[in-house]
Design a protein around this ligand. Structure first.
Ligand SMILES: [Zn+2]
Ligand SMILES: [Zn+2]
Ligand SMILES: [Zn+2]
Length: 139
């Protein structure tokens, strides 16, 4: 279910770090934190390079942010080509965090319902994280 984009789909020059970060995401079907990526790639790249790569991917529309329940941030691959040159690029689907394996997945088919805010409030982002037990942990 992972996407098979390449960097050129996003007009990104390929660098070893970008290729390795991209394939780390394509190897799994759940969201990864910067720490997860650092653990995998810390021998090849320093933290700043990894951080910049994640930022670039976010801005290019290759990854989107997934807020974690502990206040941390994870990143997940965009399943469709986003191409949004915008830091606030986000999706309106729900994220699901499994309390047993700790993995957060994109529920692409489940959309955040439209929330009507009181007059004067301006929505900038909405995030909905459902916590529970995922299909692989459910016995
Ligand atoms: Zn996206
Ligand atoms: Zn699970
Ligand atoms: Zn998502």
């Amino acid at each position: 279910m992972s996407s098979t984009y390449s960097l050129s789909d996003f007009d990104l020059r390929s660098t070893p770090c970008r290729l390795d970060v991209l394939s780390s995401f394509q190897a799994v079907d759940f969201a990864l934190s910067q720490g997860d990526i650092e653990q995998k790639l810390s021998e090849q790249y320093d933290r700043v390079t990894i951080y910049r790569t994640l930022k670039t991917f976010l801005t290019s529309g290759l990854l989107h942010k997934v807020l974690d329940d502990n206040g941390g941030v994870k990143y997940a691959l965009c399943k469709e080509l986003c191409h949004q040159g915008d830091h606030h690029h986000q999706h309106d689907h729900v994220h699901f965090k499994c309390n047993q394996c700790g993995q957060t997945t994109c529920l692409e088919s489940v959309h955040i319902p439209t929330i009507v805010l009181p007059a004067g409030f301006i929505k900038q982002e909405s995030n909905l994280l459902i916590q529970g037990v995922c299909t692989s942990c459910r016995v």
